[in-house]
Write a protein that binds this ligand. Structure first.
Ligand code: HSE
Length: 436
């Protein structure tokens, strides 16, 4: 029986999951592949901690160079995470003619273009399914299944930690910090959870999806990013009154030849499919011309779900290798010459609906002054909620839902409103998306 040797660098939570799938599902993988997919080496600085899995004797090493450039290792799995030494490891493997699998979205968002060029130059496969949506095979879908489609938009809930936090805050009125800790304990959060809660991890993933969908080089810096730390429990109550849920949404869509790329807390109508995605689950909603709308749903984080995607990549590459068809699928689905920089729509030019929560002193004419300034800036109000009288500090929340308005106009109006003596704190803004 033919054998494909695999070397794993990074024996953390996901690495242990990959080892477990490769060892426990060895037979079924073999019966699909017609060859043995052998975990030949595992490198990690820590090779003594118990990962709850027994690996074959002699395969653990503290030296990644026993894997990198080793002619006996066909596929290198990079699960170190972060930028360095992950970038150097991946480049060394690709430059040595080894195929690579990674789950590292931060690495791709920052160095993806360089890495794809190295994979092309090396004539080897580079697969990264686990980098977006954990176990959901969204990259395979866009790269292969939708290859006959023109994609108009890709939107998604791409961070399990944030979705878990927002779900628990909304359903149980739980405190942010308490829920974040639970997500960390469950192994969902990044080593540095600010990447999760500030929307950066979601933006890393959106950068990858945008390139795949729109044939543009990876451009993380073009994404407008806002996290979930400013959401207050009261916002969930008002969202419910309007019939909306709050999600951290990644949006990439074509509008009049320009691409909008943004990550921010978003109110979605309760009836929208993405509004129903709760807990650690992720989902990606793709709108493409031939297929129409389609939704891809599953566990977006966690040991075994992510390992599932990594091992799927290993099998894909092994199949390509066995059939002498490496580079069968281009890294970003498109041929190199088709990948050109897109025109990005500035954030100020987007139009959407807005949820606005004003912290106003409980005085007469407050509502009319706010409404007046909004009107002068071409922002029309769809509905208003003002409940009860003064809370602490004599302020009362005034909540509005606007009709569609231009972001620049909203910013201009709020800059004036937030300076008024009747306003006690900066206005909370959440974009509302009803027609994604
Ligand atoms: N921290 C990430 C999340 C892990 O919570 O979704 C998967 O990328």
């Amino acid at each position: 029986m033919k054998k494909i040797n695999v070397g794993l660098i990074g024996f953390g939570t996901i690495g242990a999951g990959v080892a477990r799938v490769l060892l426990e599902n060895r037979q079924i993988i073999q019966s699909r592949l017609g060859a043995e997919l052998k975990l030949a080496k595992i490198a990690d600085l820590d090779i003594t901690s118990d990962r709850g899995i027994t690996v074959p004797d002699g395969i653990l090493t503290t030296d990644a160079n026993e894997i990198l450039g080793n002619p006996d290792i066909d596929i290198v799995i990079e699960l170190v995470g972060g930028y360095e030494p992950a970038r150097s490891f991946v480049l060394k493997a690709l430059n040595s003619g080894q195929n690579v699998v990674t789950a590292n979205k931060a690495l791709l968002a920052k160095h993806g273009n360089e890495i794809f060029a190295a994979a092309r130059a090396g004539g080897v496969d580079f697969y990264y399914e686990a980098s977006v949506g954990g176990g959901i095979p969204i990259i395979k879908v866009i790269r292969e299944a939708l290859a006959g489609n023109r994609i108009n938009s890709v939107c998604g809930i791409l961070n399990g930690t944030c979705n878990y936090i927002l779900t628990k805050m909304g359903d149980e009125g739980a405190e942010f910090s308490e829920v974040l800790q639970a997500a960390q304990e469950l192994g969902y959060a990044e080593a540095d959870p600010t990447f999760d809660i500030e929307g950066i991890d979601t933006a890393h993933k959106l950068a990858i999806l945008t390139s795949l969908a729109f044939a543009t080089p990876i451009a993380f810096d073009r994404i407008h990013v806002e996290g979930i730390t400013g959401i207050k429990p009261v916002d969930f109550n008002f969202a419910r009154e309007f019939g909306y849920k709050i999600k951290l949404l990644a949006i990439a869509k074509l509008e009049e030849g320009q691409i909008e790329v943004r990550v921010h807390p978003t109110m979605l109508p309760e009836s929208h499919m993405l509004a129903k995605i709760d807990d650690v689950f992720n989902a990606v909603f793709v709108n493409s011309d031939a297929l129409g709308p389609s939704l891809y749903y599953g566990q977006g984080a966690g040991m075994m779900a992510t390992a599932s995607a990594v091992v799927g990549d290993l099998v894909d590459i092994a199949r390509n290798r066995l059939n002498e068809s490496l580079r069968r699928v281009p890294d970003l689905s498109f041929q190199e010459e088709a990948i050109t920089p897109a025109t990005y729509r500035p954030m100020n030019e987007i139009t959407t609906q807005y949820y606005l929560r004003f912290s106003a002193f409980d005085k007469t004419r407050v509502l009319s002054r706010i409404a007046g300034i909004l009107g002068e800036n071409e922002i029309s109000i769809a509905s208003v909620i003002q409940q009860g009288r003064s809370q602490s500090g004599g302020t009362v929340p005034i909540v509005m839902q606007t009709h569609k308005a231009r972001e620049a106009n909203l910013r201009k109006a709020l800059a004036i409103i937030d300076e008024l003596e009747i306003i006690a704190a900066p206005t909370a803004v959440i974009r509302m998306e009803s027609d994604l």
